[in-house]
Design a protein around this ligand. Sequence first.
Ligand SMILES: *Cc1c(COP(=O)(O)O)cnc(C)c1O
Length: 460
Amino acid sequence: MTVSYRSTRGAAQRLDFPDVLLAGLATDGGLYVPDSWPVLTDREPETYPELATEVMYPFVEGTIDRSDFEAMANEAYSTFSDPDVCPLVQLDETHHLLELFHGPTLAFKDIALQLVGRLFDHELRRRDGRVMIVGATSGDTGSAAMEAVRGSERADIVVMFPAGRTSEVQRRQMTTLSDANVHAVAVDGTFDDCQDLVKAMFADEAFRSRNQLSAVNSINWARVMAQIVYYVWAAQLLGRRSTNTTFCVPTGNFGNVFAGHVASRMGLPVSRFLVASNSNDILSRLIETGELRASEVLPTLSPSMDIQISSNLERLLIELLDGNGPATAELLSTFRSTGRASLTAEQHRRLRLEFDGDRIDDHRTIEIMSEIHDRHGLLVDPHTAVAIGVAERMRESGETIVTLSTAHPAKFPDAVREATGIEPQLPGHLADLFDRVERFDSLPNDLGVVEDYVDSVRRH
Ligand SMILES: *Cc1c(COP(=O)(O)O)cnc(C)c1O
C-alpha cells in the first residue's frame, strides 16, 4: 500500500512521499497530510533506528526501498551521543523526561533533520537533481538544518540570521562549520527581516527555478513523520505500549505535539497531550476557549516557543473540520485578516478530548529550573522547564506523564546560570566550540544583494 498526501486546503494535487519531501509547502498554500493513518505493528525492536524504520516505513512504502530507508535511519541516529538516542530520565514515580537533545546541535530538531537531510540526498541522487536550501533562523533550526545538509553532494544551504541577535552558542553552531556547501549569513536586520527575505526569494520565480530553491522548515511532512517515532519509543521503554500515557510537550509551531497526535492516530494509547506554552500562549488559550486570537510576540527565555501563529496547527484543524479543505482555508484566512477565528462548540469539545494546556512565564520558568536542580541535581533548559511546570501543575494522581525535554541546558547558559548559579558544560563534541574559527558572511537587508550572494555560492 502506498500512502498518498493531500493538502490541508484541498486545492493542490495529491503527491507521493518524495514529491512531498521536496515540495514542503503545497501549491495552494496548504500543508501535506497523509490520506490515511498506517496502523502501528506490535513489534518492539530493540534499537531506536529499527523502531524508526518500523514506524515510518509505511509512510514512504512504494517510493523508497526498505533497506535504503533503514540504512538512512541507522546513519541519522548514529550521530546521537546516547545509545538510546532518546533516553528517559525518571523524575519521580510517575513523571519521566524524554531527552531529545543528544544530537549534533543539542536540540530536538536534529531528530527530524538528521533523517530529512539523508532523505533529500537519496531522492536527489535518484532524480539526478540538486537544490539550494534557504532559511532564516532565530536560533535552533538553522544550525540543525546546516548540520543535516553539510557535506551533501547535491544540496547547498544558505541560512540567514539577524546579526547580533542570536546567542553566542547558537551563532557559533552555525558559523564554525567548514563544509563548502553550507553558508551562514548575518543579515543587518531582525529575524522578521530574514524571514521576509526568504519569502521574497521564493516569490521570485526566475530566481527560484534557477536555484532549485527548497526549504526544510517545520511544515515539511517528513519532519513531523520523524518525530512520531520517539512517542512510541518512550512508551516502549516504559513498557506501556498497551497502556495509556500522558505526554507534556513544550510547544511553538505545534510540529512536535502534532507528531504525538499522529502516533495516537496510529494506535499508540495516549490519555491526553498537555500543550505547554510560555507567555506566547495562543495555543493554550485556543484549548481553553475554542478561539484563536492573535497577540504580539513577546520575547521570552524559551525563544523557540516565541511564536504567535503555529504553522502545524493547520494539520489538526483539517481533522477537526472533518477533512474540509476549503473550510480550513477560510478559517485561516479569517484568522490572518482579523486576528481571530473560532471553532464550533463541537469542534472545541473534540479538541478538549485529546488536548489540554497551560502557560508558564519567565519568572516561574527560572523557579522551576532551580527547583529541578535542587530536587534532582538535574540542569534543564528553559523550554523543558516550561513543560515540566505545566506537567506538574496539571497532573492527576496516578497519571503517568512523559515530558519532552527539547534542548540541552548548555544551549541556554544564561538562564541556567541565573536559575542555579551553575555554568552548564557543552558535551564533548562541542567542548571546543568557543575556540573554533568562525566563518560567515555579512549582508545588508537587501533582496538584490542577498539573491546575488545565493547565485554566487551555488555550486552548479
Ligand atoms: C523548536 C523547539 C520547540 C518547539 O517545537 P514545535 O515543534 O515548534 O512546537 C521547543 N523547544 C525547543 C528547544 C525547540 O528548538
